[in-house]
Design a protein around this ligand. Structure first.
Ligand SMILES: Cc1cc2nc3c(=O)[nH]c(=O)nc-3n(C[C@H](O)[C@H](O)[C@H](O)COP(=O)(O)OP(=O)(O)OC[C@H]3O[C@@H](n4cnc5c(N)ncnc54)[C@H](O)[C@@H]3O)c2cc1C
Length: 300
């Protein structure tokens, strides 16, 4: 297999450990020799997991086929359902990685599969492999080099990525000022993270609150946060065109010393986009907004 020729690969991994972390999270550890071919470019690196297609057919690659080519050879309707998940921890030497799955109700494939998965089960993944095109290689986190102040906002689906970002910052010799706002269903979901004096994690537990109330709570918390004047672009009124776009990514450059990464349910991300770009007047090139999922809509 020559990975240098191919951006994406599809191959099978085995569940080798399972741990319930909290009320909403279960961690599965996956292993395969082929994990050693994977390219991990950023702490928020994600992959796709492949589930039964809409007719309930299980995806399996015949032995003589290359996984990705076989996937492409199928009619679109026959292809497996793909779901995005973050590599919470990646251990190259051991050929292993962890994924923290949110357990949610409703008809779905990924969350239910994770709940029922047992050690020894297999699943196919689609991952970027060594030799892939870094510009499009499944990650977003790319703060400017000398950044001094960071803002992270995540709901539970983006929490694995946000905590992985915090892990990576904790390994830097000079740690930046970080304000993190994490909205999670219950107090047990406030997962452990490294600490340093300039890391301020604000946990918002939703309990029985409605989505609207929970969004209001996070908007109020952020509205009260003193954001750096240097981030504010007061010279232009920024338009909010393209609001149907699920993702809007930062394009910051060296010398910018503020950077924000915002991931979660679409209505939360949209509300924060309005707050930060209009009310707070922060330059949109400094913020990545990512709608990781949409309430009432299955991922595509
Ligand atoms: C780049 C990226 C990285 C991601 N990383 C992670 C991760 O590490 N861990 C993780 O758990 N999720 C992660 N997600 C989110 C995950 O892909 C979605 O939540 C996905 O919809 C789950 O698939 P499903 O089959 O369980 O539900 P779907 O079949 O997609 O949806 C079925 C129904 O469930 C609802 N639904 C979907 N997710 C949730 C939820 N979390 N809570 C309540 N209702 C929900 C949908 O709105 C829909 O009504 C990530 C998404 C992206 C884009």
């Amino acid at each position: 297999m020559n990975c240098a020729l191919s951006v994406l690969q599809i191959f099978k991994v085995k569940v080798c450990a399972k741990q319930f972390l909290s009320q909403s999270f279960v961690r599965l550890t996956f292993s395969s020799e082929r994990v050693k071919e994977m390219a991990v470019y950023g702490p928020d690196q994600w992959i796709k997991l492949l589930f039964d297609n809409l007719s309930g057919q299980h995806f399996s690659v015949p032995e003589e086929f290359d996984g990705y080519r076989y996937f492409l050879s199928l009619n679109k309707a026959d292809r497996p359902r793909l779901r995005s998940y973050t590599l919470r921890e990646f251990r190259l030497q051991q050929g292993e990685f962890d994924i923290d799955f949110v357990l949610h109700s409703g008809s779905n494939c990924a969350s239910l599969w994770a709940l029922e998965a047992a050690v020894g089960d297999h699943i196919y993944i689609r991952a970027h492999c060594v030799g892939s095109n870094r510009a499009r290689a499944g990650f977003v986190w790319s703060p400017p080099k000398q950044v001094q102040q960071l803002l992270l906002v995540a709901d539970e689906t983006a929490l694995p990525a946000a905590l992985s970002i915090i892990d990576s910052l904790s390994r830097q010799p000079e740690k930046p000022l970080v304000n993190a706002f994490f909205s999670v269903p219950s107090a047990s979901d406030c997962l452990l993270s490294p600490t340093w004096p300039q890391l301020h994690i604000h946990w918002l537990t939703r309990g029985d609150s409605s989505t609207a109330d929970a969004n209001d709570e996070i908007l109020t918390a952020l509205n009260n946060l003193a954001l750096p004047h240097l981030a504010a672009d007061h010279s232009t009124v920024q338009s909010l065109e393209n609001t149907d776009k699920l993702w809007q990514l930062a394009s910051s450059c060296a010398g910018d010393n503020f950077y924000a990464w915002i991931g979660g349910e679409r209505t939360m991300v949209d509300a924060l986009r309005r707050l930060l770009l209009t009310t707070k007047g922060i330059d949109k090139k400094l913020i990545s907004f990512m709608a990781y999922w949409r309430r009432g809509k299955a991922a595509q």
